[in-house]
Write a protein of this length. Sequence first.
Length: 292
Amino acid sequence: MDNISEITEAFKKEVRLFRTPQRVLSLARSRPFTADFLVTEVGNQNSSEPHERKGTPAAGRNRILFVAEGSGWMESRGLKRELKAKQAALIPKRTNCVYWPSPKSFWNLYWIDFESRGADALLSWTAFHPNSPILHCAASENLKRHFRAILGAVERGYTEHTTLQLSLSLIKILISLHENPLDMDNSRSTHRIETAMNSMRDDLSNPRSLETYAKLAGYSVTQFSQRFRQHTGTSPMNYLNELRIQRAGELLKSSDRAIKDIAHELGFEDPLYFSRCFRKCVGLSPRAYRER
């Protein structure tokens, strides 16, 4: 029970709370993989008592709540929001928040605190937003399984292998939150973005403007660029250029056509600009790539 600390008496019978010991955090920070996906706290509350719990993560750490069953409430930045079953909520770094189960219900709540650039980068791919910190989770059973795996691992004690399990489970949780077809707005957005992506794949020889693709998706340029990056991890035009360069690589390997002809076929009027783009994407010049 040494891992469970700072829990009020009202919570002791219904909460499992594990904070990663400092010696384990120091070890994890020294390893590249675990340093990028560092879990600092994980817990579970199965409660029908309306106890209020302060939810402010430690400095520099994010917290994700996941309501597996039941319902409750959270209050942050002066706004009170209901948390329902199969929903997840983000408490960002340095954000004061309280949350509690509904007085007329119960909840089975999981949470995880984490830090580091790798986790922050994956988090930015999800649909969490400061004005919309709650997501409906399509993969709720997967999320529950990942949280149970983490709790099972830390209950057996912290070892070097445990730190790897924690990092891997955190990645799985963030990926599950990125795939959210039950969030209807997100589902419609995904369909519209993928419609634009399909058009890009058809336009390799005659790429259109960013404004055209944004209009095709039904967004302003700013909205389109933001949602496209959230979906793919890169900008629309960078994605299009990567497709063109990928096709150029196929043509370089499968034919003996002149490099300038391949560049022209893929909409690059200037062969030197094509070579710069190719080198930036692949790390080799078109000629070196062909001869490799």
